[in-house]
Design a protein around this ligand. Structure first.
Ligand SMILES: Cc1cc2nc3c(=O)[nH]c(=O)nc-3n(C[C@H](O)[C@H](O)[C@H](O)COP(=O)(O)OP(=O)(O)OC[C@H]3O[C@@H](n4cnc5c(N)ncnc54)[C@H](O)[C@@H]3O)c2cc1C
Length: 493
């Protein structure tokens, strides 16, 4: 390497970190080291590659970090993948962008370069859409191979959901990433390969030719425990083994729970909270104070016989509008791991627009991971959920649902006035869409640089000023792609 080589360390080889490492190492003048606490993806087993088995991760059977989260009604688990590819290696594969107005809202709040017209080309550049090819909305050259599940791949519950909702008048759409078609009932685009196996960001971006680059070092089983900060500048990281690594720039991509945790352990966070833990403050910033997520009730059902199909979970989508353009909830069946006998599935409902603010804090022993409090649901949540429940109750009466022969487990009368509150108390789950724990504007500037600290950026779900109105995986890819572009433009080497 030349004397002008810039050394960059990326902490977290997950969804965003894999993208960032691949893009930055395109510049041979940069020396890129990617540090991932979990295992490499050559240790992926069928359980991870097979989309039908994704719920195994949600049950903790695949490599994940389970973090208990408090909400008003009790403790629910929050999950992040803990292996190369991160949560993109264990998630439901739904490949949604959110709505143009989400990003225009970011730009209107002063985050220059993040409006819809700024980010759309990044979404397009990330994908090879096998259904639509190159168009104003889709791409045919990106690393992520995308297509929609086909009808013959769907499981029995998924078909019953789709057909039942369709019979009730839901508007069928062929592209739920096309805002002009919404609201509607669609099939999730997913990132899968020709054999219908999962394509995580590590599989898509960290290909063998990328890994062979001399300027890219990939280390798995490497846990970063703190950042080294000297004179207001990040100068490297420390690993759990005590080893230290120097860097000219550090980028944290450890996800919306572990990124703020690492920053706080390193003295970047709310001063009063850090003082409680005797941590020296390098920057007094509201790290971890504005967490968003999509949380909501999942109504559990059972039907006789096997699940059928080869499609992954979360495969059909309903987006309902309560007032014109407001997209308000969606519901989809999730089939658990295949097993003998009956099949259980979940009708999941969550509010796309969640206004609440949760938090990520250090626990009594910071070594034990973050303490997370769920964002409260907005004041009008029960009203919006009641609207969703009426549709599900009607679906239960549809010919398709009756033909499936499903019954609720632990039944709840979805038309009762207290149904939303009861469902929230008994069935609330996190959909794993944690964001906004180190948002631009409060913790970062619009180039995702940590305010008040030189040589330090964040580039994952944490940076989002507000949660997008959709699943968050593709948004994280977009964030990493854009931060990479900014860093490559700034590299000057
Ligand atoms: C169960 C579940 C299902 C989901 N389904 C969908 C879906 O279908 N569609 C969708 O769009 N979104 C889905 N999501 C959300 C989406 O996958 C995430 O928002 C997104 O993948 C997060 O990306 P990230 O880069 O922010 O973090 P991650 O992908 O979680 O990456 C963080 C990485 O950092 C590593 N790490 C953490 N701490 C350290 C450390 N100290 N040192 C070194 N490495 C560290 C982790 O091991 C991990 O690999 C789901 C989430 C969950 C939990």
């Amino acid at each position: 390497m030349s004397e002008t080589t810039k050394r960059i360390i990326i902490v977290g080889g997950g969804t965003s970190g894999s993208v960032l490492a691949a893009r930055l190492s395109e510049n041979p003048s940069l020396s890129v080291t990617l540090l991932e606490i979990g295992a490499d993806d050559d240790t992926y087993n069928d359980g991870i590659l097979d989309p039908t088995r994704a719920p195994e991760a949600w049950l903790g059977l695949q490599p994940v970090a389970m973090t208990p989260m408090m909400n008003g009604e009790g403790v629910i688990p929050m999950i992040q993948g803990r292996l190369l590819g991160g949560t993109s290696a264990v998630n439901g594969l739904a490949t949604l962008r959110g709505l143009p107005e989400d990003y225009d809202g970011w730009a209107a709040a002063g985050h220059e370069g993040w409006g819809w017209q700024d980010v759309i080309d990044t979404f397009i550049a990330a994908e090879t859409d096998q259904d639509f090819g190159a168009s104003d909305l889709h791409g045919d050259r990106g690393p992520l191979t995308v297509r929609r599940w086909r009808r013959e791949e769907m499981g029995h519950a998924q078909l019953a959901f789709y057909d039942g909702m369709r019979a009730l008048g839901a508007n069928p759409v062929d592209d739920i990433n096309d805002r002009s078609q919404l609201p509607g009932l669609g099939v999730f685009p997913v990132t899968i390969d020709a054999a219908a196996k999962r394509v995580s960001t590590s599989r898509a971006y960290l290909t063998s030719s990328v890994r062979a680059r001399e300027n890219l070092t990939l280390r798995t089983g490497a846990e970063v425990t703190s950042l080294m900060i000297e004179g207001g500048r990040a100068v490297g990281v420390q690993l759990s083994t005590g080893e230290t690594l120097d860097a000219d720039e550090v980028v944290i991509t450890a996800g919306a729970l572990w990124t703020p945790h690492l920053l706080m352990r390193s003295g970047i966070g709310p001063a009063a909270h850090l003082a409680e833990h005797g941590i020296k403050v390098h920057a007094d910033l509201p790290v971890g104070e504005t967490m968003s997520d999509h949380i909501g009730p999942g109504i559990r059902y059972l039907h006789a016989g096997p699940r059928g199909g080869t499609a992954g979970p979360a495969q059909s989508l309903l987006i309902g509008a309560s007032n014109g353009v407001d997209i308000d909830y969606h519901a989809f069946p999730i089939a658990p791991p295949p097993r003998e006998g009956d099949t259980e599935f979940v009708m999941a409902v969550f509010l796309l627009r969640s206004s609440g603010k949760g938090s990520v804090r250090l626990g009594d022993n910071p070594d034990y991971g973050p303490v997370v409090t769920a964002p409260p649901l907005p004041d009008d949540a029960n009203e919006r959920l009641a609207h969703a429940f009426k549709r599900i109750a009607a679906w239960e009466q549809s010919d398709a649902a009756k033909a499936l022969g499903c019954t609720q487990i632990d039944p709840i009368d979805l038309t009762a006035s207290d149904a939303p509150q009861r469902a929230r108390e008994h069935y609330t789950i996190s959909y794993g869409h944690m964001t906004s724990t180190c948002p631009m504007g409060a913790v970062l500037d619009s180039d995702c640089r940590v305010l008040g600290i030189e040589g330090l950026r964040v580039a994952d779900a944490s940076i989002m000023p507000t949660i997008p109105s959709g699943n968050t995986y593709l948004g994280c890819v977009m964030v990493a792609e854009r931060v990479a572009r900014k860093m490559l433009a700034d590299a000057h080497v």
